[in-house]
Design a protein around this ligand. Structure first.
Ligand code: GDP
Ligand code: MN
Length: 324
């Protein structure tokens, strides 16, 4: 399974690999790059990567969303700080089928497909064998990439370009492929299907995006005396369809007597989430906490349909507990 750039970068972050700062649409306060989140490469050439600034970022985001790139519709974007590119390098870790060992590939001529880089500009081999030919910064990156490959069952971990900007190295793009045979023991933030679903024995159904957010919601509910019936983490980049499925899954549990939806939208867009909630014609008492990308549009959709949206998770939890 191939991961989206944004999912790969989430893993990079977890392992301490430096990535460019990310923004949600209405947080942008500097020059940025807007990047289509699709699984095909060559997005730059296809118009899926555009520079933007504070003034035109929404317009640019709109242009990219809905675009088709090699037959794949763009449903997600990633907004990042615009780096001042001094050099573009290449790093990857793959598995060698014959020796069943990890192979590191490095080049100072990155930013293009590695197949197009002349052989003499490429360093390739086992980490121990090549480490003396690369700088300390790249050695450290390889150690982290090798750790990712092992722990996440990745058959490819690629950074291209690895950008040198103001004396620092940034993983400006990510390409991570997980071994399909290992998917049973891995799950990824932003995964399209499923999400993490857990059943408990209270009466409040909980839907949130992001494991941390869901855990925080459970703690807050507990603090105010509520009891969760189940919870579902829908991950990042939740479309209308993903949220609709999440609602179905949570409401399937007959113990659910009320519903709490907690969305902190970054890549996800509030209006898409709101549309899903409205489409589902939910019968049980429900509260929604909704902040982030397009929150005004999202809340308007909810309000027009008589559904209360809150700024703070606390207020949301207090309200759902009050209905006891
Ligand atoms: P790909 O074409 O799908 O592989 O997408 P990449 O993420 O590799 O980006 C393609 C190209 O976009 C890079 O090689 C850069 O030239 C350009 N790019 C990406 N991020 C930045 C940035 O922060 N600043 C600038 N100026 N260009 C960027
Ligand atoms: Mn790339």
């Amino acid at each position: 399974m191939k991961l989206l750039e944004v999912q790969g970068k989430e893993i990079f972050k977890e392992y301490g690999i430096n990535i460019p700062k990310q923004f949600s649409l209405n947080q942008v306060d500097q020059d940025v790059v807007v990047k289509a989140q699709v699984l095909t490469g060559g997005r730059g050439k296809a118009g899926g990567i555009k520079l933007a600034n504070v003034h035109n970022v929404k317009e640019v985001a709109q242009q990219i969303l809905g675009m088709q790139i090699k037959g794949e519709e763009v449903k997600q974007i990633l907004i990042e700080e615009r780096l001042n590119i001094e050099e573009e390098h290449y790093l990857s870790v793959t598995i060698d089928r014959n020796s069943k060992d990890y192979i590191c590939v490095a080049s100072a001529k990155g930013g293009v497909n590695i197949e197009d880089v002349p052989k003499e500009d490429i360093v390739k081999g086992k980490f121990e064998d090549i480490k003396d030919q690369i700088c300390i910064g790249k050695q450290n990156l390889f150690k982290k990439m090798l750790q990712i490959a092992k722990e996440k069952d990745a058959i490819l971990v690629e950074i291209n370009p690895l950008i040198l900007s103001n004396h620092k190295l940034y993983a400006a793009d990510s390409k991570v492929i997980i071994d399909d045979n290992a998917l049973f023991r891995q799950s990824f933030e932003g995964e399209k299907e499923g999400g993490n679903y857990v059943e408990l024995d209270g009466d409040v159904g909980i839907i949130g995006n992001g494991a941390g957010l869901v855990m925080g919601t459970l703690d807050t509910l507990d603090y105010y005396g509520g009891k969760p019936a189940n919870f579902l983490d829908v991950g990042g980049g939740s479309s209308t369809e993903v949220v609709e499925n999440a609602i179905d899954r949570v409401l399937e549990n007959k113990n659910v007597k009320k519903l709490l939806v907690n969305i902190f939208a970054g890549i996800s867009r509030c209006e898409e989430v709101a549309q899903a909630i409205v489409n589902k014609q939910i019968e049980v008492p429900m509260v929604v906490r909704m902040v982030g990308t397009n929150q005004e549009e999202g809340r308007k959709i909810l309000l027009d349909n008589g559904i209360k949206a809150f700024d703070s998770m606390e207020d949301c939890v207090k309200e759902i507990v009050k209905n006891e």
